[in-house]
Design a protein around this ligand. Structure first.
Ligand code: ADP
Ligand code: ADP
Length: 228
């Protein structure tokens, strides 16, 4: 489902962020990506949703080759992919409902389908009662739940999360993790870059550790493995 073959990424300023990564992630897996700051985690996940292009190597997601994909095809790739960021990236002048509905309007879903599906995903993230709220009226954890609802509204095969709990306290982070776990149990592959040791050590999922742009560890029921 997600496959990288000898992938390298050197940024235009000469920084070698990823140095020969090969990895295979099966459909339905839950994978943590861990490692020290600057190790290349973010570059690794950004290449999965084609925010960054590899300098060399092959990346395929559900059979399409991302390294060679033309820019105009990228939106189609992202339709089958949910992306969650540390800073939520909600549209501040739209309500919760509209933020989630927007992702379905882009794919030209019908009004009736949008209404039904948006309320359904807001129910999954337990925010049905806040559909009319504006993002600034929500706590950080609630804003992240809206961004998760937006990420899953089109039923993507893959959910990529880059430090989704980075701005949240530990209790709120656990709420987010239970939602991501539930989404994974419904069949979505989840790849999550994180610094949250407590969460990684408690969940015991696959852990891919990156150091110096290479995979230093890949464990089926792994641990965080760093002191900070
Ligand atoms: P991590 O997510 O593990 O902290 P990153 O992938 O963000 O690591 O960064 C890996 C290396 O690439 C770091 O040295 C970082 O400074 C560098 N880097 C990241 N993004 C860019 C960029 N857009 N341009 C140049 N260098 C970058
Ligand atoms: P947290 O526990 O994450 O700090 P807050 O104290 O920010 O949460 O928010 C607690 C509750 O109050 C949340 O359910 C949030 O939706 C609501 N809330 C916070 N700020 C506002 C606001 N300006 N208008 C309406 N509701 C708000």
């Amino acid at each position: 489902m997600i496959e990288m073959k000898d992938v390298w990424k050197t940024y235009p300023n000469g920084v070698m962020a990823v140095n020969g990564i090969s990895v295979y992630i099966k459909k339905g897996e839950f994978v943590y990506v861990v490692g020290p700051s600057g190790a290349g985690k973010s570059t690794f996940v950004k290449m999965m949703y084609r925010e960054e292009r590899p300098t060399r190597g092959e990346i395929s997601i559900n059979g399409s080759n991302l390294a060679e994909m033309k820019e105009k095809k990228v939106p189609y790739l992202r339709r089958n992919m949910g992306i969650v960021f540390q800073d939520f990236k909600l549209l501040p002048s739209m309500t919760v409902f509209e933020n989630v509905a927007f992702a379905m309007e882009v794919i030209e879903a019908s009004k009736a389908n949008i209404r039904k599906r948006v309320m359904n995903v807001l129910d999954i993230v337990r925010l049905k009662n806040k559909a009319r709220f504006m993002p600034h009226e929500l706590s950080g954890g609630e804003q992240q739940r809206v961004s998760i609802a937006r990420a899953i509204v089109n039923s993507p095969a893959v959910l990529i999360a880059d430090e989704p709990t980075g701005n949240l306290d530990i209790e709120t982070s656990w709420e987010i993790m239970h939602i991501l776990e539930e989404i994974n149990e419904r069949g979505t592959t989840v790849v999550m870059a994180t610094h949250n040791r407590e969460i990684v050590n408690n969940m015991r999922k696959r852990v891919i550790a990156i150091e110096g742009g290479r995979i230093s560890r890949d464990e089926i029921r792994g641990r965080y493995g760093y002191e900070s």
